[in-house]
Write a new protein. Structure first.
Length: 397
C-alpha cells in the first residue's frame, strides 16, 4: 500500500510547515513525491509541445526564424518525453498500487492514450525538424522506432480501454466527456505520421502494406470517434456543461477531427508512392472531399467550445492539466488546414492555417507558463483529494 500518498489533514503541522517553505517543489513533503502520483495525462504536455513544432514545419507561410524556433520546441518535447517516461517507470516500480489505480479509474484510464500519441508526435517532429540537428539517417531511424512503439501502444489502448469501459468502468448517462476520445485517437495519429514514413519504406509490398495499414487505422479511429462525439453532444444537451474543470476537455473533440483531415490528405498526397492510378488519384481526391466538410464541423465545434470556455472563464476556470486540451487539438486543425491548402491551392486556407497557428502558439505559451509554475512549486505533483470517478479528475490540482 502506498501509505505516503494518504491525504494529510489541512490543519496539521506538517502541512503548515510545507506551505511555509519557499523555493523549488515547496508544496511537496519530499522531492521523490514528484513521481509518487504521476498520472498519464502528463504526456498531454508532450503532445501539446510537440504539435507546436510539427505544425510549424509544414505551415504554408514560413517566416524568418520559424524553423529554428520550432526545432527548439521539438527538442523540448523530446526531453519532456524522456523525462516523463523515466518518471513513469519509477512510478510503476515504487507505487504500483497507485499506478494500477490510475489504469483502473473510469476517468484517468482513458488518458493512457496520451502516451503513444506523445511518442508519435515527437517522432514526426524528429523527421521534420530534428534532422537539422542529428542528420537525415538518424532522424528516420528515430522516427521509425517511435512510430512502431507508438502505433503498437496506440492499438493496445484503442482496444483495451474501450474493453474496460464496456466491462469494468462504472459510468452513468452523464459520464461521456472528451477524455473518452484519448484511447481511440492514437491510431489516427499513427495514420497521419505513418504517411511521412512512406517515402522511406522499402518499395513494393512493404510500402503498400504501410499505406493500407495507415488507411485501416484511419477507419479504426474514425468510426468510434464519431460515436463518442455523438455521446458528448448528447451529454451536453441533456446534462449541460458541468463543472468548470470539465470545460477544457471539450476541445479534445477537435483532435480526431483535425487529425483525420491531416491523415486523409497526407496519405492521399503520398499514395502514388505505393499504388498506381486511378487509386492514387482517388485517394488524393478523398482527402479534399472528406477534409473540407469535417473542417467545417471542426470550426463549428471550436466556436461552441470557445463560447463555453469564455463563459466559464468569466466566472472561474481553475488551472489543471486539462488545460493542455487547448493545445494539441488546435494543432491538428492547423496541420489539417495546411494539408487542405496544399491540395486545393486556396489562399483562404493558407491564411486560416497561419491564424490557427498563432492561436495555437498563444494557447501553448499560456498553458506552458502555468504548468511551469505548478511544477516549480510542486503543486501539480500533489495527490488528488480522496474521491472517485470524474470528481477526482476534476479536483486534481
Amino acid at each position: 500500500m502506498d501509505t505516503d500518498l494518504l491525504p494529510v489533514p489541512a490543519n496539521t503541522g506538517s502541512a503548515s510547515s510545507s506551505s511555509a517553505r519557499r523555493g523549488f517543489l515547496r508544496d511537496l513533503e519530499r522531492p521523490r513525491k514528484v513521481w509518487a502520483n504521476l498520472t498519464p495525462n502528463w504526456f498531454a504536455s508532450v503532445m501539446g509541445t510537440g504539435i507546436v513544432a510539427v505544425a510549424a514545419a509544414s505551415l504554408p507561410e514560413q517566416f524568418p526564424g520559424l524553423r529554428g524556433a520550432a526545432t527548439g520546441v521539438w527538442a523540448l518535447a523530446a526531453v519532456l518525453l524522456v523525462v516523463l517516461s523515466v518518471l513513469t517507470v519509477l512510478h510503476w516500480l515504487n507505487h504500483p498500487a497507485t499506478a494500477r489505480g490510475h489504469a483502473n479509474d473510469a476517468v484517468m484510464g482513458h488518458f493512457y492514450g496520451a502516451v503513444p500519441m506523445a511518442m508519435l508526435t515527437v517522432g514526426a517532429g524528429t523527421l521534420l525538424l530534428g534532422r537539422d540537428w542529428i542528420g537525415q539517417r538518424a532522424a528516420v531511424d528515430v522516427d521509425w522506432a517511435l512510430w512502431l512503439a507508438g502505433t503498437a501502444g496506440g492499438l493496445v489502448c484503442a482496444a483495451a480501454i474501450p474493453y474496460l469501459l464496456f466491462t469494468r468502468y462504472q459510468t452513468a448517462s452523464d459520464s461521456a466527456f472528451g477524455g473518452w476520445l484519448m484511447p481511440i485517437v492514437p491510431p489516427m495519429v499513427s495514420a497521419s505520421t505513418g504517411s511521412l514514413l512512406l517515402p522511406y519504406a522499402q518499395q513494393g509490398q512493404v510500402r503498400l502494406t504501410l499505406l493500407l495499414c495507415c488507411y485501416a487505422m484511419f477507419g479504426l479511429s474514425l468510426v468510434p470517434s464519431i460515436a463518442v462525439i455523438t455521446l458528448i453532444w448528447y451529454r451536453l444537451a441533456v446534462h449541460k456543461v458541468g463543472p468548470a474543470r470539465m470545460v477544457p476537455t471539450l476541445w479534445i473533440v477537435l483532435g480526431p477531427l483535425g487529425q483525420s483531415v491531416t491523415a486523409a490528405n497526407l496519405l492521399g498526397g503520398n499514395a502514388h508512392l505505393a499504388v498506381p492510378s486511378p487509386y492514387a488519384g482517388a485517394f488524393e481526391a478523398f482527402g479534399v472531399v472528406y477534409g473540407l466538410p469535417v473542417l467545417g464541423f471542426a470550426l463549428l465545434w471550436a466556436a461552441i467550445a470557445t463560447a463555453v470556455t469564455v463563459r466559464t472563464a468569466l466566472d472561474r476556470l481553475p488551472f489543471s492539466l486539462t488545460w493542455w486540451s487547448f493545445t494539441f487539438p488546435i494543432g491538428t486543425c492547423v496541420t489539417g488546414t495546411t494539408a487542405l491548402a496544399g491540395h486545393t491551392g486556396s489562399v483562404v486556407l493558407r491564411i486560416a492555417a497561419c491564424i490557427f497557428y498563432l492561436v495555437l502558439v498563444g494557447a501553448w505559451l499560456v498553458v506552458a507558463a502555468r504548468t511551469t509554475r505548478g511544477v516549480y512549486r510542486g503543486r501539480l505533483f500533489l495527490p488528488p483529494p480522496v474521491s472517485t470517478g470524474f470528481d477526482e479528475f476534476l479536483t486534481n490540482p
